[in-house]
Structures are given as structure tokens and as C-alpha cells.
Design a protein around this ligand. Structure first.
Ligand SMILES: Nc1ncnc2c1ncn2[C@@H]1O[C@H](COP(=O)(O)OP(=O)(O)O)[C@@H](O)[C@H]1O
Ligand SMILES: [Mg+2]
Length: 193
């Protein structure tokens, strides 16, 4: 990809994020992982009510660069290259952030680990899960609310399920069909520590 293209993509993403929280001397980087419909975005929003972090939601950022999005591998690698630059730019400025993306493979997460290690920032990993029956019902409702009655999102969930890989580093796990408050409390404590 051309370098000038990358610069302009990162700029566009920065603008789409809007207002940023106050910079800190030691910003924390929170990475959330999970299949579609497991409740990542819901969880991130709850977390951001308690921590002054910016949320980088890959679905929203994708739409800022590609409309309509195709979700093909070329588009995704283009998007994530820009997201990695954005993460680095924000953390270097001291902006604490939450990455809301599926982040299913360890290979993809390695990039994120290496950014945190290189910048020496605290990294908090979160695995978001919910029972398949709950995910099915949620995705059906989410689609119906957006005027789309097909099972497209459930098909995406099923297609992505085999690519889930164990997170090799220490992480928090949350089942969003249960009360999420105890895990929110733990993460808030860990982020402030
Ligand atoms: N803990 C929860 N309690 C109630 N509803 C939830 C919870 N987590 C997710 N949902 C609902 O389930 C749907 C899917 O959640 P979402 O956060 O969009 O999933 P993801 O971002 O992982 O695709 C949304 O409509 C959301 O409001
Ligand atoms: Mg989401």
C-alpha cells in the first residue's frame, strides 16, 4: 500500500473518532476479543462509562474508510494497518484506549502485544463470550431492528467460530449472558493500578 494512502487513512480515522480524553503519563491499552454478537461493543461502552478511554471500534472505523464495506480480506488488512498506526499514534500521545474488534487469531493479537511491549504501556486483554443460543437471539434482534430479517450475521458468526484461538497471555474472561459488573470492577481496578 502506498505510504501517502496510509497517512490519509490514519487521518480520516482520527477525525472519525472525535473528541479525545485527557492524555496521561502512562496510558493503558485495553484489547477486547470475541465473536460477533458476544457483546464486545456493549461491554466496551460500559467500561468507557467508568474509564476515560477512547474506544476504537473496528466496525465503525471500517465504515469511515469504506462505504459500503465489503469485509473482504484486502479491505480488512488495509483497515487494520491503519488501525495499528492509529493505536500507536494515540498511545504515544498518552491517550488511553480500548480496541473493540473480534481479534480472534493469536497472529493478529501479536501485533497488538508488540505495540504495547515496544511502547512499554500496560496491556489489558479481555475475552468476551456468550452461549451460542444467546448470541443467536441477539443477532436476530439486532438484524430485525436494522430492518434486515436474514440470518446473515449468524452465518458470519458460524463461519468465524473455527478461527477462535486461545489467548496465550494473561487475560480477563467475561460471559455477557451473566452479570458483567464483577469483571468491569476488576478491569477498572487493574487499569488504575
Ligand atoms: N451484557 C448484555 N446485556 C444485555 N444486552 C447485551 C449485553 N451484551 C450485548 N447485548 C446486546 O446484544 C447485542 C449484541 O451485542 P454487541 O455488543 O453489539 O456485540 P458485538 O459487538 O460483540 O458484535 C446488542 O444488541 C447488545 O445491546
Ligand atoms: Mg460490535
Amino acid at each position: 500500500m502506498e505510504h501517502t494512502q496510509l497517512i490519509s487513512d490514519v487521518q480520516r480515522l482520527t477525525e472519525s473518532v472525535g473528541e479525545l480524553p485527557e492524555p496521561l503519563a502512562e496510558p493503558t491499552f485495553i484489547v477486547v476479543s470475541g465473536l460477533p454478537g458476544t457483546g464486545k461493543t456493549y461491554f466496551c461502552n460500559k467500561l468507557a462509562e467508568r474509564l476515560p478511554f477512547v474506544i476504537l471500534e473496528s466496525d465503525a472505523l471500517r465504515k469511515a474508510l469504506f462505504s459500503p464495506p465489503s469485509y473482504n480480506p484486502t479491505e480488512s488488512s488495509h483497515l487494520f494497518r491503519a488501525i495499528h498506526h492509529l493505536i500507536e499514534r494515540f498511545l504515544k500521545k498518552g491517550i488511553p484506549l480500548i480496541l473493540d474488534a473480534t481479534n480472534l487469531s493469536e497472529q493478529h493479537r501479536e501485533y497488538l502485544y508488540s505495540i504495547a511491549d515496544r511502547l512499554d504501556v500496560k496491556l489489558i486483554l479481555v475475552r468476551v463470550e456468550a452461549p451460542p443460543q444467546v448470541v443467536y437471539e441477539r443477532l436476530k434482534t439486532r438484524q430485525e431492528n436494522s430492518g434486515n430479517k436474514s440470518d446473515a450475521e449468524w452465518a458470519v458468526y458460524q463461519r468465524m467460530k473455527p478461527s477462535v484461538q486461545k489467548i496465550r497471555r494473561n487475560h480477563f474472561a467475561v460471559d455477557t449472558s451473566q452479570d458483567i459488573t464483577p469483571v468491569l470492577d476488576k478491569i477498572v481496578r487493574e487499569a488504575r493500578r
